[in-house]
Each structure stands twice: as structure tokens, then as C-alpha cells.
Design a protein around this ligand. Sequence first.
Ligand SMILES: [Cu+2]
Length: 663
Amino acid sequence: MKIQNTTFSAIALATAAMTSGARAADPAFLDEVVVTATPMSAPLFIETDPAIPRQPLPAHDGADYLKTIPGFTVMRKGGTDGEPVFRGMAGSRLNIMVDEQSLAGACPGRMDAPTAYVFPEAYDRMTVIKGPQTVQYPNMGSAATIRFDREPRTYTGPARSFMGSVLGASFGRHDEIVRGEAGDVGYYLQAGANNSQSGDYEDGNGRAIHSRYRRWSANAAVGLTPDGDTRFELAATRSDGYAAYADRMMDGTRFDRENFTFKAEKANLSPLLSKLSFQLGHNSIDHVMDNYSLRTGAMMRMSSRVGITSTQARLTVRLALAPDLAAVVGANWSDSQHGRDLMSNGIVTDDARIGNAGVFGELSKTLSPTLKSVSGVRIDAWSADDQRSASSTAGRSRSERTYAGFTRLEQTVATGTVAYAGIGHTQRFPDYWELFSMSSANAPASGASALNTVRTEKTTQADAGMLYRRGPVDVSVSAFLNRINDFVLIDYNQLATGVTGIATNVDAQTYGTELAASYRVNDLLRLTSGIAYVRGTDTTNDRPLAQLPPLEARLGFAIDHPRWLAGGVLRVVAAQERYHAGFGNIAGKDLGPAAGFGTVSLNAGYRPTKNSLILFGVDNLFDKDYAEFISRSGMTSIGGYVPTMRVNEPGRVLWLKASLAFD
Ligand SMILES: [Cu+2]
């Protein structure tokens, strides 16, 4: 395959899986055939190929794919489109980006976390950056930045490739994925499509959960590479689907997203100017929900349609200031228009507009052959316009500036061993949900608008950790401690007519740690483990901070033979006794204590040829009946379904996946 600059990871997937051990770098983790606990690949950075199979089998959406990274949990609503949570932080505390564009959903009821519009296997790479340790992206995630990217291609001769996979699983689930690429000197084409569908799953007690779904997406990109340093690309994506939800009175019947992106980049402009990149993206989401298409028994038919259209532009310049000093400086701009149909008639009118413009600079300096520093600053201007007619702030606007900065040191202690420590500060302008879906803490009973009362959240966080790779041992550990001033805590207890929740500001503190480790016993057998722990306090009310997951640990094994493979994972989650009932974030609230649980999952696979892999798995082998602490309530009465305290997780799931790659 004649491709420069890049590992062609879509194909690398299956082939990595198939020619295990052939990849020289980082043999310990990166050739993991079935991912159960993803480690850090560099200080604070986790990079993984979304095409590599994961266990337990994720729903085909962005949130579920993050579950194999220690520290992530997913708030369940149904079969798909769960809300990703990292270190107990959800909503816009996680910056979710696709092709370097921040993604936001449209649903005021939060049916569509941004990850509901992400189809992981359409991308080459999924990256998580922990904490406020980068300033390069708008809507800077105070807890984490999560990116889904396609790798740029440059061909030096004619080549083409293709990969496809099919999956069948319990409860009528089936997924189909195809991707193809072709190119030659000067140009390339990429296209892909995928479909995922499932019936209602059953929990460990055999109860059907109202959870069926379908999701599909199609994408295409055409690129021109007039020379090795220049690239122009035009890309388009379209996706849609439906999802039944067990936690609410309505289901999502349309999740229609369209995206167009234009990118231009030029490298090696001068010894100083190493790269110039520009991109312009346009996103539109059309979301419809109702209480009759996917369920029966509605006394009165109800539906609602909402939408968001956003345009984003971004310019970055990479500078080689000195042999030991590199910088990236840039600017970004975005304009997002939200709308909804107030009369349930499908006619969407504008209700909120959020604008952002920011500049940033990040500097990395080599202080000695073993010591490196990375630092950055960022300034953003924000505006939010209340375009609702019936609102206590109708016609009013809010404008604000936010500031962010960080610095960290990375010390190479020995070959394969890096220690790091850093501190960062970021200010988070409230998001659409906090500003426009929630009511003001100043006048909760009247449902007054929170637009001008909810304050910007300020996070100051220390991050430290270590990566250790030596012989058969691979360990990465990270720890953090933060102080969050004006944490936006949603109070769902004081409900009145027309009030969803009250946006309050409290001061909070959280700390925690994640660990991922592996030990290669011999050529065939590797043992893996992952641990995540977080603890937090609402210091204003002297209560546990709501929506923090309990301690969890994963222990796994993987056997990898050139022809066949096998693996398994035991996931053990402690009980959670620390909670603050009725309080939470824009996506959910604490429902009460939760019991601990353990589940076992197993997989086995066979490689009939160098380019194909057949994988079989059993998740929740013992059909355990359980729910995660962080979950939506399952108490909604839906015709034909038994209400449960939380939305229970799936019982035993059998699945079979076959992948094929050609080049
Ligand atoms: Cu909705």
C-alpha cells in the first residue's frame, strides 16, 4: 500500500488483529485484539482505533465506545445514545469533537448527547485528553476532550483499500459497516456507510427494556494533494436513526445530522512556519421525539421537533520557534442557532443563539534531553441570546469572556518511563441546557430564566501520573485533584409546572485516579487490569457531589495465537453510598444508593486468512441482573414494560462479528 505519513488504521484494525506481534512499537497494549481497558499512550493522552473490537460489546455510538477507558461511565436511557460521563463529569464538561469540530445535540431533554451523532467505526482514531491540559479546542472540556478523527491520506502511487464488518447479536441486533478508499498522486477519495439496529434487550431478570433502536450514517470525502505539503479536502456526512427510551415519556424518532467540512493545510512554508491549517464546518441537526411511534398507550399524542445549526471556523499555525521550542497558535469562531416547535406542529422557530470566538497559544519546550514542558493560554468571547417569546429574559443577551491556561512538565525517568505533573484552569460558559432548559435559582417557583443568573463554572485542576513500559510490564496511572468554583449543580427537587430543574452554583472539589496495567506472561498470554476511582464533595452544602460513579475495577486476560485468540474480562463495581438525591447535571440526577455488582464477559476468535477475523463473544455470562449507579430512572410507565428503579443493563448477550480487509 503506497500511503505516506500515516498508518492506515482502518485497515490496520483488522490486519493488526490478524498479524499480531507484527507491529513493532508498543507491543504490550497496542496490539490488543479485543479492548477491555485502554491505557494512556502519552501523558494525559489516550489514543485508540475505534475499529478494534471492544468487550463488552458497545452500542454503535460514541459514548459506549468510551466505556473501555478507565474513568468513563455511561448513563443509560435505553439501548443506545447514552450520556458519557468521565470522572463523574457530564454534559459540556466533556468537549466532544468530530473532525476538530465541537458537537452539541439539540434535545432540551438531552436525548441526544453529542456522542449520539458519532459513529465510531467511521473514524480512524479516538483520542481522549484528560483534564484541562490543552487549550487548542473551543468549548474546552474541563474534565476531558474527546476527539474522533479521520487520518489525512497522501498517496505516492495508485492504491485502493476496502474493509467491511458484519455483526449479529442477541435481541435482534445487527451491524453492518463498509469503508473504502482509493487514491493516487495528487488526490484521494474515501467513503463509508454503516448501519446498526437492535430490538429491545432484556435485563438479567428477563424483563424487556424499552430500548430498540436503529442508527445509520454515510460519509464521503474527496481530497487534493497537489504536493506532499498541501492538502484540500471536502467532506460530507449524513446520519439518522431512532431510539426507544426506557427513562422518559417520549422516544427519539429522528436524529438527522448533516455535516459539510472544508479543510485546507499547507506544511513546511518556511523554517519558522511548519504548518498552516484552516477549516470551515457546517452542522445541522433535526431531532424529533414523540410518544406514539415507538410505544403504545399514550392518552394524548405528543411530539416535539428541535434543531440546531452551527457554523464553525478554525485557523491554526504551527511554529518551529527554535530547535527546542514549538508553538501552535490559533483562532476559532462559531455560531449556533437553536430552535424548537412550541406548538408541536413541526414548525421550528429560533429560541436560542450561542456565539463563540477564541484565540489560543500552546508552547512546548524541550528543557533537557529528558525534560519537556507544555503550556498554553486561551481567551474566549461568548454570547447567548434568548429568542424565546415566553421567557423572563425574552429578547435579552448575555456576553462574557472566559480565560483558560495550563502548564505541565513531562520527565522521562528511564526508557519507556515518563512521569508528568501539571496544573490547569478553565472557565466554562454555561451551555444551552443550563441557560435555556433550566430555571433560575433566584426565582425557582416561577420558572424564571437562568440566562443571567447561572454563573460561569471555574475549574482549577492538578494532574499527575506516570507511564511505565518495560519488558512485559505496561502500566499507566493518572491522578487528579480539583477545585470547581461555581459548579453548575442542577436541582431537580423543586419541580413546579414548566420547570425542568433549577440551575444552581455551588463550590465543589473532586479527586481521583485511573490505572491501566498489563503483564505479558508469555508469547501467548497477557493479563490486563483497569481501575477507576473518584470522590467529590459539594463544599457549599457539605454533601457528596452528585453523579459520581463508585470505584470500579476490571481484570482481564487475552490469549493471542497467530491463528486464534481468546479473552475475557471481569468487571467489578463497588456499591455507591455517597449520593445527593435529586441533584445532578443537565443529563441526570442521583436516584439513591446503588448496590455493587460483578460481570464476566468472554470472547474467542479465529483468523481464517491474514485479512479476516471472526470473533465470538458472550457479555454478562451469568445473566446478572444489575444497573449502574449513574443511570436514568426506569420508573416511567410504558405500556407492556415493567418499571424498574434504574434502567437495567442488558442480561446475557451473545455476539458474532466478522471483519474483512483488502488492499
Ligand atoms: Cu428529544
